[in-house]
Write a protein that binds this ligand. Sequence first.
Ligand code: AMP
Length: 280
Amino acid sequence: MLVFSTIASFEAYISTFTKPVHTIGFVPTMGALHQGHISLIISAIAENDICVASIFVNPTQFNNTEDLAKYPHTPEADIAMLRAAGCHALFMPTASEVYAISETKPYFDWGYLGNVLEGSHRPGHFDGVGQIVGKLLGWCKPTKAYFGLKDYQQYLIVKKLTADMGLATQIIGCPILREADGLAMSSRNTRLSPHDRAEAVLLYNTLLWIKANATLLSTYALEQEAAKRLQNHESFTIEYVSIRQADTLAPCNPAESPQNAIALLAAYIGGVRLIDNMAL
Ligand code: AMP
């Protein structure tokens, strides 16, 4: 696997491929890799001639400086995992390579999508995501880019970004990989204490409960009961439990059972913010 740390060397490598003869599959990450990330790499390898990954902990998408400071870094293990998976190239720039000192975060009009759930709880987060994903897609010019459905709202935002920018890259949403007990794999899981790690599975179990009852109860009742289940646990601070229309994240009719919907939640567990979702 080739490793690039400068934009110039990365773009020179990318320019050696002629499209559409060679297809490039791209997997952007923030490192601290786990099998969820590797599942995206495996899809990119299977569907393209070349698989390119990036590792960059993008400071502009963190609305909380402590979260950025505590974000796990495991570069040696990450490189070994990517090599073992058969990834062809890795772009791993520094912040000063990516951002000019004078550079300010752009404002994107994400419409409704930008103002709800993660958008309202993490102000500026999606502008930072748009800023970095726009840059990375511009340098890599992939045929397909792979994003996890674990970050479902981010997946919709990135699809809107590429459509609005008129980019040729196809955005592929990949299923959520989970630990044996059902907790969604996340780089942040390593920050959980053993006690909180054991409790965290309640997020998944709550989503399962919503799905099991989705045809029996109204959206309102499902959201109320799910929130109650989470609130009963002292280590949890819930940000949202919400059932939304899957394609737009618009609210579902509270009086009816949800149709074509997705349940999404975010909670702090012992100071670590986790998100998860499940299509209903
Ligand atoms: P991150 O490094 O957390 O920014 O994630 C990089 C990519 O991996 C994003 O597209 C995530 O949605 C995806 N990802 C993270 N966790 C999982 C998971 N458990 N299953 C599938 N994809 C994931």
